[in-house]
Design a protein around this ligand. Sequence first.
Ligand SMILES: *[C@@H]1O[C@H](CO)[C@@H](O)[C@H](O)[C@H]1NC(C)=O
Ligand SMILES: *[C@@H]1O[C@H](CO)[C@@H](O)[C@H](O)[C@H]1NC(C)=O
Ligand SMILES: *[C@@H]1O[C@H](CO)[C@@H](O)[C@H](O)[C@H]1NC(C)=O
Length: 465
Amino acid sequence: MGVHFCGIVTISVLIFAPICLSLADGPAATAAVAGRSSSSGQINSNSVLVALLDSHYTELAELVEKAILLQTLEDVVGTHNVTIFAPKNEALERGLDPEFKRFLLEPGNLKSLQTLLLFHVIPTWVNSSEWPDHDSIESTQHHVTLSSDKLSLKGLPSGERVVDSAKVIRPDDIVRPDGVIHGIERLLVPQSVVEDFNRRRNLQSISAVLPTGAPEVDPRTHRLKKPAPAVPAGSPPVLPIYDAMAPGPALAPAPAPGPGGPHHHFDGMSQVKDFIQTLLHYGGYNELADILVNLTSLASEMGRLVSEGYVVTVLAPNDEAMAKLTTDQLSEPGAPEQIMYYHMIPEYQTEESMYNAVRRFGKVRYDTLRLPHKVMAEEADGSVKFGQGDGSAYLFDPDIYTDGRISVQGIDGVLFPVEEVKVTEMTTKTRPAKVVSKPRRGKLLEAACQMLRAFAQDSRFTTCQ
Ligand SMILES: *[C@@H]1O[C@H](CO)[C@@H](O)[C@H](O)[C@H]1NC(C)=O
Ligand SMILES: *[C@@H]1O[C@H](CO)[C@@H](O)[C@H](O)[C@H]1NC(C)=O
Ligand SMILES: *[C@@H]1O[C@H](CO)[C@@H](O)[C@H](O)[C@H]1NC(C)=O
């Protein structure tokens, strides 16, 4: 599991990090929790938040969802890099006073739970190399967390790192372009929550209402059960739909089988041929199959990437959609490649993983091989809708081909990147952008290779040589 996951991580972080960074802006953080930020309401599939929800920090992820904090955190990662201190599962399962845990999960104490969780997030990037060193003058750093309380980060003479009183046991455990997660040994509890708890306990002892029973644990998921708070009739459910769903597939990309060995000996080319064959047999995708057959260079590039252990999801427009393309759009040199690259996502996604993601987050942006353009997805009519406005397309034929490395999803439209508009003044009408006319096949990989070299990782990507 570790191995193949690394492959996916490598591709998204290394290729796309510089792009994400260049999009970043904004002054130093303040506790940005109150009030929605003006972020676009979309989340990148390679966001640290998505990674957290799909990580082995399942107890923390569960609490974040129970606390209805996803939107808040999404807004924060939309404008800031974050550092998350994630208590290991055992710290939340067994290491916690049951009474305190019960207190946190009572609907009436939602605010305390939120404060507690936001205390684990700081709106800046602090990875292990930036962690204060014991010998340095500044051997302690203070950071204001999203809960507005302060945390101190220290380096000990023993070389250990601590945040307040919790040891960091897995530094840099999860790193994404917009944030880093450090595994810590125990839960961090801000003073204000301790006080809330004590007040509540005193009240309880006064009224002599003894809490009964331990927190209820769902035997299937080993997670705490908690009913959703009541909402006024007609309003959308408070808890993410995830809570209503049967425990099932994670929202993150379905795991792809890892490279066959240390040297990545997939036969990517035969996989590509295989999926083109599948498209032809499936029916309704002949145009696309044709393009892929004709553009042998594109097919072989895909094959090579797959051979090297990369994964790709192809959003395949069906024949009806392709028929709507004008000859102009297709005959410009390089246009078919550009179109195709925009339909390739460098992640292994299935219909299920994408649907779960859009259901949970509303809008999700996927990187495409047409840098730096992303394709936006959202839930619509019980399916996944890609793109915006006139240029949108629905997931039409799910999972036409899925072999763990290549996934092909049929869609009923051809997608074009939305023209770059000033972030502040989004024009309401979005039109399909004109296809870049210059022949640019290979430029994307070239760019990716340059970045990889900058990260001294080109050995993982032999196409670069
Ligand atoms: C995120 O961190 C990178 C450096 O790692 C920086 O260039 C970028 O500006 C940061 N983004 C935000 C929103 O602060
Ligand atoms: C920590 O982040 C900086 C960029 O902010 C990066 O240059 C450095 O390599 C990172 N260190 C580790 C150990 O990941
Ligand atoms: C692919 O090539 C064949 C033969 O050269 C040609 O007839 C067909 O129109 C091409 N298809 C596309 C989509 O370019």
